[in-house]
Write a protein that binds this ligand. Sequence first.
Ligand code: GTP
Ligand code: MG
Length: 201
Amino acid sequence: MKIKSAEFVMSNSDVAKCPKDRFPEYAFIGRSNVGKSSLINMLMQRKSLAKTSGRPGKTQLINHFQINKNWYLVDLPGYGYARVSKSTKKVFQKFITNYFKKREQMVLAFVLIDCRLEPQSVDLEFMQWMGENEIPFSIVFTKADKLKPKALERNVLAYEQKMLESWEEMPQHFITSASNSTGRDELLGYIGGINSEIDAS
Ligand code: GTP
Ligand code: MG
């Protein structure tokens, strides 16, 4: 898919205030600092469309970006960020879970996983919650540039095995790097394919 335009539309913490039009949207979710905002910038080939930071907790709202005038990317705050107070964390969780439960336009979530780490319970629990609530998602491994190919392959296989302990099959997954654009064509092609199916229906 060719990216002709990418525009920031709005930020808010209330799903009821998100854009009212019916364009399909794709949400990026995962632990703080996993690289959600960086991945959005990589896909759009824009340096700072979405705000990134070396410190976790940068993205704190639901951010809508309109792409090619006919679909949305949504940048969300991370979960599992220990440094915000418990009460703030609860508010985040509430509006994130509300977003996923209520946002009818959300056709697919990308759950981002740092490819360097062993499977983390917070991610596994989040995906479990998505499954229980019948919210479709794919997995995106991030920061692939940080591992040698063999180690990357080993980690992805280990992740797959862990998933198969509780899932019938490994969800669709992608390997990406915001630093060298690994996975860009695959992810955009996947989104483009879904958009075409929606258009045709
Ligand atoms: P929050 O908004 O805090 O939840 O974080 P986020 O998931 O949006 O992460 P963000 O994109 O802000 O990136 C966090 C840090 O990881 C930044 O220092 C990025 O430069 C770095 N980073 C993100 N993606 C990659 C990647 O693919 N490779 C490398 N080497 N660094 C990355
Ligand atoms: Mg972010």
